[in-house]
Design a protein around this ligand. Structure first.
Ligand SMILES: NC(=O)c1ccc[n+]([C@@H]2O[C@H](COP(=O)([O-])OP(=O)(O)OC[C@H]3O[C@@H](n4cnc5c(N)ncnc54)[C@H](OP(=O)(O)O)[C@@H]3O)[C@@H](O)[C@H]2O)c1
Length: 218
């Protein structure tokens, strides 16, 4: 199994790379700053690409059985009001390259609470959405709709993690729910657990063409 990982230099992406290598997968990390990926492994190939240029991605995806995206963009604009198109722009580029290279499996990250829903954690509805990252959540939701409405030819799984924190894996069972959030879960979870979940997802049939929230019970 060879997987391509976007966002491999990010804090969650680095855990995904580690998990994939530990599973014995070959990994192609497609990044804009190769110097940031300090991990060395015979099974790890690092390639510098422009994520917005599908023609640069396609040759690398040809060799891959699955594509994983841990891409993310920092908080942008006053009160999260400026327009964000990072998630849709990057996903459209990835999907275009996947189609040209005939790669079908995709696992990517958004977040809990991408859209308003009864029972969403209060901190998402009263703090994050109106004051901090409303623009990011809404572009994540657009990306989810793009995959559902326009990418039925792909075996995608969208993973919606709770808030991310650094540190080691919790060692707990990761809870899942096809919902905007996992009922009763803590508001945050380690990136290490998320990296493991996305890699474990690659070969799981149960989450094909699904959007799944993940979290940990307190
Ligand atoms: N923070 C939270 O509490 C939270 C909660 C739920 C979900 N999420 C989502 O989970 C995902 C992972 O989060 P994270 O904190 O681990 O990572 P992150 O810091 O959001 O993602 C950074 C990754 O994206 C890459 N990237 C950003 N802009 C790029 C560009 N223009 N071209 C190429 N690569 C680009 C970065 O590359 P460089 O290293 O080169 O900058 C890095 O590898 C994100 O989508 C995030 O929004 C976050």
């Amino acid at each position: 199994m060879r997987v391509a990982i976007f966002g491999a230099t990010g804090p969650t992406g680095q855990f995904a790379v580690k998990e994939a290598l530990e599973k014995g997968y070959y990994v192609t990390a497609l990044v804009r700053s190769p110097e940031k990926l300090t991990k060395k492994d015979d099974k790890l190939q690092v390639e510098k690409v422009n994520i917005f240029k599908p023609e640069e991605l396609e040759p690398h995806l040809k060799e891959c059985d699955a594509v994983i995206s841990c891409l993310g963009t920092p908080r942008q604009g006053f009160l999260g009001w400026s327009k964000v198109s990072f998630y849709t722009d990057t996903m459209k580029s990835i999907v275009s390259a996947m189609r040209k290279s005939n790669t079908k499996r995709l696992v990517c990250l958004t977040s809990i609470g991408t859209e308003k829903a009864p029972g969403n954690p209060w901190v998402v509805e009263w703090i994050f959405r109106p004051l901090l990252i409303g623009n990011i959540l809404s572009n994540m939701a657009e990306m989810e709709h793009y995959l559902v409405d326009h990418c039925s030819d792909l075996s995608y799984t969208v993973v919606r993690p709770a808030g991310l924190e650094d540190g080691p894996s919790s060692g707990k069972d990761i809870q899942t729910e096809e919902n905007q959030y996992v009922t009763g879960a803590s508001i945050a979870m380690p990136r290490a657990d998320v990296g493991k979940f996305v890699i474990d997802c690659v070969e799981k049939e149960s989450w094909l063409q699904k959007i799944v929230a993940i979290g940990l019970l307190p």
